[in-house]
Design a protein around this ligand. Structure first.
Ligand code: PFF
Length: 451
């Protein structure tokens, strides 16, 4: 039986650091290091970043706290929590949105995690040495466009995630990554130092931090909102489930603030490592999903110890992807096993198999099927767009409405005040954010970005 997140085991995280580490393990992943830089590049840089940061603070943080309140209050997974707290209502349907989002995200996430695994191998083979920036771009694009070789890596990653969930060693992985993630952070800081000292770094930093709001489009704002949810693991019940393991003496506000801060800092530091290189090497900021893979290899062979750091960096990226992916898969597995009553082991195999099939389609849509467009997106981007920019914000909107209008102020205060304390003023601000500001802002951004 799983010692992880199954409903059978309702034990709590041992230490306060344990739950922060697990939630941060879910939040910090490919979203920070792969997706954040490339969409920031696509949507024009600093203006996108500032809007993103605004969404993190005004919408992401309050919704993360909301998910913790619901999860710890109900001590169940997302579906079960809504059923328990609002019996006989349709609130449990919010869980469906989450399962749909998790299914789509898991599908393309495995593909990019597979790319990262391939890069560990390339780093071990010292394949980045003596290559020009354009050779490195070709190396990446010929790999992802190949119909077969990315699939090996994607499937290897998917099997690994499934095995971890079946064997039930999620907590072990989290303990282990608690030590490893600070190492990843240190490597990124080392890359930052090198990146900002490159000739041409200034243009990269200006791109990232000097906003030109005239460049911002409705689609950009929608993507900034979607990415706030994606990066913080919000809107699909992941943090409701994790919240159900938080002990009653934990300060939920502090935990939410720490996870949000860690996630945001890592994304920013990744941006600082990447954009100076983009400008120094004459790479297009809007190069798309390959950005991290075509920039950083140019730096490793210029720094002392670069050979080892390249291997470590991509290895740790795979581990960061693993801890996030476990939390995504769990949403699908919990639904199959607890709602559809399929045995947990079978549910896991089924979830891995189905999302792998969709993943293969995502991978092929980078190469041989790149011309097949649905609403103007290839299959990979379509899943990302629907899940991140539509389902997650919608799920988050309902979670905010649930906490604001259904649970109401007294129950919210009672839950927060176990293990922490909230002043009347702060509580009022929080209630306004979840009752009115977050739902209206999400609705408004939908209208602007989708129409
Ligand atoms: N937050 C993860 C990342 O940034 O890579 C991805 C993710 C995990 C999204 C869990 C949603 C989720 F529920």
């Amino acid at each position: 039986m799983s010692s992880g997140l199954g409903k059978q085991s309702r034990d709590s995280f041992g230490s306060k650091f344990g739950v922060v580490a697990a939630a941060a393990g879910s939040a910090v992943g490919l979203g920070n290091i792969w997706k954040f830089p490339y969409i920031t590049g696509e949507f024009g840089g600093a203006a996108f970043l500032f809007v993103y940061l605004g969404f993190i603070l005004a919408i992401g943080l309050p919704i993360m706290l909301s998910e913790f309140i619901v999860g710890r209050g109900a001590r169940r997974n997302a579906f079960g929590s809504f059923k328990h707290l609002a019996p006989g209502t349709n609130w449990k349907l919010v869980g469906f949105l989450g399962v749909g989002a998790a299914f789509m995200i898991q599908s393309f996430y495995g593909v990019v995690a597979g790319w990262s695994m391939r890069y560990v191998e390339l780093a071990v083979e010292d394949s980045f040495a003596n290559r020009s920036a354009s050779d490195i771009q070709t190396l990446f694009s010929s790999f992802i466009e190949d119909p077969v070789s990315p699939l090996y890596f994607q499937l290897a990653f998917m099997v690994l995630v499934g095995a971890i969930v079946i064997i039930g060693v999620q907590k072990g992985i989290e303990q282990f990554s608690k030590v490893l993630m600070p190492v990843l952070l240190l490597i990124i800081i080392y890359l930052d130092i090198k990146a900002v000292s490159l000739e041409g770094a200034k243009a990269g930093l200006e791109f990232l931090f000097k906003p030109d709001f005239s460049k911002l489009t409705g689609e950009g704002v929608l993507s900034a909102l979607g990415h706030a949810f994606f990066s913080l693991s919000l809107g699909m019940g992941t943090l409701i489930t994790y919240g159900s393991y938080i002990k009653k003496d934990n300060n939920l506000i502090r935990t939410a603030a720490q996870v949000t801060a860690a996630d945001t800092i890592i994304a920013l530091l990744a941006g600082v490592a990447i954009f100076p290189v983009v400008f120094a090497m004459g790479i297009e900021p809007s190069s798309g999903p390959g950005l991290v893979f075509i920039t950083l290899p140019n730096v490793f062979h210029q720094i002392p110890g670069g050979y080892i750091f390249a291997i470590l960096f991509f290895l740790l990226l795979v581990i960061a992807a693993l801890t996030s992916s476990i939390s995504i898969l769990e949403v699908v597995v919990a639904y199959f096993s607890e709602e559809l009553k399929i045995k947990r082991r079978v549910a896991t195999i089924l979830a891995v198999a189905l999302t792998s099939v969709f993943g293969v389609m995502c991978s092929l849509s980078m190469g041989i099927y790149s011309d097949v467009k649905i609403f103007g997106y290839n299959f990979f981007d379509l899943l990302d767009h629907i899940a991140s920019n539509i389902l997650l914000p919608l799920g988050g909107m309902f979670i905010a409405l649930f906490v604001g209008w259904y649970l109401k102020r007294n129950r919210v205060a009672a839950e927060i005040n176990q293990g922490g304390s909230i002043s009347d003023r702060l509580l009022s601000i929080f209630m306004i954010l979840v009752k009115i500001v977050a739902p209206l802002a999400i609705g408004f951004v939908f209208v602007k970005g989708l129409l």
